[in-house]
Write a protein that binds this ligand. Structure first.
Ligand code: MLT
Length: 214
């Protein structure tokens, strides 16, 4: 059942393995919903708690996490506002559901990956890691945040028509400048995800959870 509390319609699935303290914050793509990424979350981190909000901005009826002016051209004021709104939701959900505030890892696809990247850059304390599937550079922050050691996986499609290589490379460079531990993985694919990279993301998450990196 979806909840409509804490400012977002969302799903919360408690951890099924009580030795796992990590929570995955699942952020869907344009036109998605709070149920879209639950299966992916289960695959990436079996046993972890899942927190999955639905984006509140509607584009022709399709939920998103922030407004855009055109394909790949973002309304930056709206992006900043919605980034803080989402970060406030995460903090409220951590308190409400009794989660470990130091172990919230975003898993975002497309528009969801872009707001996750924006959250890393504008609210660096909220996330302790991120899996960004088909992300692009959401904005240039005024101050480069301190993300020292925060693991970030960028899973990009070499033939993605929506994400220019220069944008993902700039995001990777910016995250490296913050001190984040960045892995940029290219897949021979477009904007859609391939099974091979989901397996690679699962192994990446598993390794970091085993080493208590998040
Ligand atoms: C965005 O608007 O965040 C990106 O263009 C990706 C998408 O189509 O959602």
């Amino acid at each position: 059942m979806s909840e409509n509390t804490l400012g977002y319609i969302h799903r919360f699935v408690p951890a099924t393995d009580h030795t796992v303290a990590t929570t995955l914050l699942l952020l869907h793509g344009t036109g998605g919903s709070e149920t879209d990424l639950l299966q992916l979350g289960r695959t990436l981190a079996p046993g972890a708690a899942l927190l999955s909000p639905r984006g509140k901005v509607l584009e022709n009826g399709m939920p998103r996490f922030f407004r855009r002016l055109a394909e790949g051209v973002f309304d930056l004021d709206d992006l900043r506002l919605n980034t803080h709104d989402l970060a406030d939701f995460v903090e409220a959900a951590v308190a409400h559901y009794g989660l470990d505030a130091g172990r919230v890892v975003a898993v975002g696809y497309s528009n969801g990956a872009n707001i996750a990247a924006s959250t890393l850059l504008l609210r660096p304390r909220v996330l302790s890691g991120a899996v960004l599937l088909r992300a692009m550079l959401p904005l240039e922050p005024e101050i480069v945040p301190d993300l020292m050691g925060v693991p970030v996986l960028l899973a990009s499609g070499r033939h993605d028509p929506l994400v220019p290589h220069s944008s993902i490379e700039r995001l990777a460079a910016l995250l490296q400048q913050t001190g984040a531990d960045v892995t940029l993985r290219w897949q021979e694919a477009g904007h859609g995800l391939e099974q091979e990279e989901i397996v690679a993301a699962q192994q990446w998450v598993e390794r970091r959870m085993m080493n208590a990196e998040f």
